[in-house]
Structures are given as structure tokens and as C-alpha cells.
Design a protein around this ligand. Structure first.
Ligand code: HPA
Length: 274
């Protein structure tokens, strides 16, 4: 059992290259409610997922379901507007398929964003957190199965999943633009339930600052292929005792929408410096 069907990836890449001639250096994945970066993009091509061979199709409200190509701050990028979540029923291979396609199209940097619950007491709803590390609590690993050494090593190093130089650059940009950013550890788990109070407490104790249902599989696959990664969470709700309320998907989307322009500005500036 192989962890990736490279023939499918190649087929998809060949299809895209028959339409798109630009070579994007940066791949971007936008999380729930974080679509405002799309407005900053000078779009050259827009492909619906259902029109791309082998591409999974998105099912969740708030996810655009389009692969966009274009210039962001002078840089050629490829942007996944609406990601595939494990909780939707996709396999890990499907969840990470777009990352493999982006890399084969030429992307050497993956920028990921997500909506996340905050567990750090310094965090407020609407804050941004640069992801400086993660804890993988997904029940399945995207690299399980036979490994293709041509793609990456059997046992990938994960001591620096998120590039330290990009974190430093992002912090400098945030300071210059007067945007408050935190730094912290993202815990990825499968969902789709939000966490119980006891789970939030436990996730904080084991070292998490934010928790969500995405990102980690894509980052693992990107690192395996040798890409650099930059990640950011928008804190859409709080899993902090005494400050916790019930959580709905609508509230998560609303908080993400409000914070999205700040995140878009940071991503745009960072892309320009890559
Ligand atoms: N938990 C898990 N996923 C999330 C959360 C949360 O509190 N908020 C947004 N996505």
C-alpha cells in the first residue's frame, strides 16, 4: 500500500500545465472564513475543483472550492481556496493531494492558514497566531504506507516544520504594520466535534496554544517533499476555562472573516519577501 499515487499527481499537474503556463513558487491554503486574501490576488486562472482531474470536491460551508493562479505582491502563487478536511471523510491522501500538486507545479513554499480555538490565556478572539510548531493528534498519518525515496525520506525530520526565518520576517512585518501576532503551538486533530472543556484543558497541558481540524497533514506532506512552510492560525473561539462559551461553526466563520484582512496583509507582505 503506497502513501501516494504519483501517477494521479502527474496527471493532474499535466492537465493544469496545459492551461496555466506560469510557474508558481508559493502555494497558499486558505482556512475557513479566511478568503479575503483572494481579493488581493491578480487572478490569471481560476479552476473549479470539479473540473480538475483527480481533485477531491469540497463539502463545507465557507469553502470556495477553487484553485486560483495569479500574482500576489509581484509573486506567482497558486491558491487553494477551500481545503479538504479529514472530518469530511476524505482519506489522508485526498487531504494532502493539492499540496503534492502545488509542489509538482513548482512551489517551494507552502503557506497555510486556519481557524483555531485558542487555549493560551493571552489570546483573544480575532487574534492571529504564527504557528511555530505543531502536535499531530490525527488518528492516521499521511505518510503511512510504502515510501517513495524519490519524493522524500522514510523517516522525515520534523525539528523545524515551520521555517524560522519566515517566522522572523512575519513578526517584523506585523510590527511594522501594527498588527498584533502571537506565536505558538497548533494541535491538529480530526474533529468534527469541538473540544470538551476537559479536552481543551488537556490540549493546553500537553503544550498546545491553539487547536483545529486541519493543517498538520498538509504540513507533514510538504516537509516530506522538502518544501518550506509558514503557518498562521486565526483564533476564532476560546477553550479557556471561565472564558468559554458554546461554539458554533457560524461564530467561527464570523470571527475568521473579521480577522481575515489582517492575515491577508501579513501573507501578502511575506509572499513579496520570498
Ligand atoms: N477546536 C477545533 N477546531 C476549531 C476550533 C476549536 O475550538 N475553532 C476553530 N476550529
Amino acid at each position: 500500500m503506497q502513501n501516494v499515487d504519483i501517477t494521479k499527481v502527474n496527471e493532474t499537474v499535466a492537465f493544469i500545465q496545459s492551461i496555466v503556463s506560469e510557474k508558481p513558487k508559493v502555494g497558499i491554503i486558505l482556512g475557513s472564513g479566511l478568503g479575503s486574501l483572494v481579493n488581493e490576488l491578480e487572478v490569471s486562472h481560476s479552476l473549479h475543483y470539479e473540473d480538475i482531474p483527480n481533485f477531491p470536491v469540497s463539502t463545507v460551508k465557507g469553502h470556495g472550492g477553487k484553485l486560483l493562479f495569479g500574482k500576489l505582491n509581484q509573486q506567482e502563487v497558486i491558491l487553494l481556496s477551500g481545503r479538504f478536511h479529514y472530518y469530511e471523510g476524505y482519506s489522508m491522501q485526498e487531504v494532502t493531494f493539492p499540496v503534492r500538486v502545488m509542489q509538482q507545479l513548482g512551489a517551494t513554499l507552502l503557506m497555510v492558514s486556519n481557524a483555531a480555538g485558542g487555549m493560551n490565556r493571552d489570546f483573544k478572539v480575532g487574534d492571529l497566531m504564527i504557528i511555530n510548531d505543531h502536535i499531530n493528534l490525527f488518528p492516521e498519518h499521511p505518510l503511512r504506507g510504502r515510501n517513495d525515496e524519490k519524493i522524500g525520506p522514510r523517516f522525515p525530520d520534523m525539528t523545524e516544520p515551520y521555517a524560522l526565518d519566515l517566522i522572523a520576517k512575519a513578526k517584523a512585518i506585523a510590527q511594522q504594520k501594527n498588527i498584533l501576532v502571537h506565536e505558538g503551538v497548533y494541535i491538529g486533530l480530526q474533529g468534527p466535534t469541538f473540544e470538551t472543556k476537559a479536552e481543551y484543558k488537556w490540549l493546553h497541558i500537553i503544550g498546545g496554544d491553539a487547536v483545529g481540524m486541519s493543517t498538520v497533514p498538509e504540513v507533514i506532506v510538504a516537509k516530506h517533499m522538502g518544501m518550506q512552510v509558514f503557518g498562521m492560525s486565526v483564533i476564532t473561539d476560546l477553550g479557556i476555562r471561565d472564558e468559554m462559551n458554546t461554539i458554533t461553526h457560524e461564530e467561527v466563520l464570523e470571527a475568521a472573516n473579521i480577522a481575515a484582512p489582517k492575515m491577508a496583509l501579513l501573507f501578502k507582505e511575506l509572499v513579496g519577501q520570498y
